[in-house]
Design a protein. Structure first.
Length: 176
């Protein structure tokens, strides 16, 4: 039974890598000048756009003609993957919503990174949303996990996979 699980995990890993390679090869580079990242505060009644690069949980982050992201929840989890050998100190679960504003299919699952005290953390092999969203569509409740080693300020760095030349948006997080 244990060998079956290992082969299944290996198969899913190879499938994920194949999807990433296929998505990466189908992307077209944009010749337009990079646009500034804009945000809309989700809690305000009147949508006011501001140019900024640091956001909070619940803010809607708009990458012009690419995508909108909203980090809806960030929490520590006790969930562990028995096949993962990285042994992180903690595992952070990030839940987010994303909307495709482009005219191309948009890959998700490769668009968020976690930095702790300025050091990049690795994705953790728990539930992880991988796939793509067709133009004009959205996904709610996408999930990503990160293995956290060490202490420091927690920041999510968000940038759509296809947004070449865009500056990433930084979401400062404080998890209790």
């Amino acid at each position: 039974m244990n060998k079956t699980k290992k082969w299944l995990a290996l198969g899913f890993s190879l499938l994920s890598i194949s999807l990433l390679v296929a998505c990466g090869n189908s992307q077209k580079t944009s010749e337009t000048a990079p646009k500034e990242v804009q945000t809309e505060k989700a809690s305000t009644s009147e949508a006011k756009k501001e140019n900024k690069s640091t956001y909070s949980i619940g803010d809607t982050i708009t990458f012009d003609k690419h995508a909108e992201y909203t980090i809806t929840n960030v929490e520590w989890t006790d969930e562990r993957n028995e096949f993962d050998n990285s042994n992180p100190d903690k595992v952070l679960k990030v839940t987010y919503n994303v909307k495709n504003l482009s005219e191309e299919d948009m890959p998700i699952g490769v668009d968020i990174d976690l930095y702790v005290g300025g050091k990049k953390m690795e994705s953790y092999a728990n539930e992880h949303t991988m796939g793509s969203i067709t133009p004009g569509r959205s996904m709610e409740g996408a999930v990503e996990h990160f293995g956290v080693k060490g202490d420091g300020n927690l920041e999510l760095e968000i940038k759509p996979f296809s947004a070449f030349g865009e500056k990433p948006a930084i979401v400062s997080i404080d998890v209790k």
